[in-house]
Design a binder for this molecule. Structure first.
Ligand SMILES: CC(C)(COP(=O)(O)OP(=O)(O)OC[C@H]1O[C@@H](n2cnc3c(N)ncnc32)[C@H](O)[C@@H]1OP(=O)(O)O)[C@@H](O)C(=O)NCCC(=O)NCCS
Length: 200
């Protein structure tokens, strides 16, 4: 039975295996799979401030997803970028939908208001996933990526995950590590109940 849990540094080798399945494609604009040590560092660094989760079944980690900061300036603290990767053979079982929804539910607890994804041209699965989740394609960065001898467009997807009120003093961003763990566990448990029921 596939379920979602928080990522731990020991997941690094499995995450690299999944990344290897995509590294030759324009889906990721990374050129090389990092070392295990570098992936461990990324998990630790990202998961301090933002959610970093995996899906796994009885045998192996089947996918991973995380949020990270996309703009450095303090005035842009209420935004995050999302990424998700599901093992090739595990695609199409709604795990992508489930992990993206968990990330967004946790980010709401952190007072994040807007989430973004960059999708390279020619990735219809990802485009469909984002449309299904209520993202809007807000623009195309033309020929901005280069990989395997080709210049590639990057599509920018946006979703507002807060209510539409624009208070003068928004609630501050809360780093993931400072969240009430019980609330995070409840979001993950709810998603796992839905996965077990074949929902999404
Ligand atoms: C994009 C990705 C995360 C989707 O994960 P997934 O578990 O396969 O997605 P889901 O099963 O939740 O399907 C989501 C939607 O994608 C669409 N989809 C599924 N299979 C598809 C296919 N073969 N062709 C086109 N669209 C497809 C459907 O609209 C589906 O929703 P629906 O079944 O309710 O109609 C996964 O394919 C992946 O890891 N791709 C490589 C990395 C990537 O592109 N990440 C996204 C950018 S951050």
């Amino acid at each position: 039975m596939t379920h979602i849990r928080l990522a731990v540094v020991q997941d690094a080798p499995a995450l690299l295996e999944i990344m290897k399945q995509y590294i030759e494609t324009p889906i990721t604009l990374e050129y090389e799979v990092p070392s295990v040590a570098d992936k461990e560092t990324q998990i630790l660094a990202f998961s301090h401030d933002y959610p970093f989760i995996v899906t796994e079944d009885e045998r192996e980690v089947t996918g991973y997803a995380f949020a990270h900061r996309n703009f450095e300036q303090p005035g842009l603290s209420w935004n995050a970028e999302l990424r998700a990767f599901i093992r090739l053979k595990q695609r199409g079982h709604h795990y992508g939908t489930a992990v993206m929804n968990v990330l967004m539910d946790i980010l709401r607890l952190q007072n994040i208001r807007n989430v973004y994804s960059n999708v390279t041209e020619g990735n219809p699965r990802s485009e469909r996933l984002h449309s299904k989740l209520g993202f809007t394609k807000v623009g195309v960065l033309h020929k901005t990526g280069y990989k395997n001898g080709r210049w590639l467009d990057l599509q920018l997807f946006e979703k507002r995950i807060c209510d539409e009120q624009y208070q003068e003093s928004p609630a501050p961003f809360i780093p993931f590590s400072q969240l009430d763990r019980a609330k995070v566990d409840e979001i993950i448990a709810k998603a796992n109940r839905e996965l077990a029921a074949g929902g999404n």
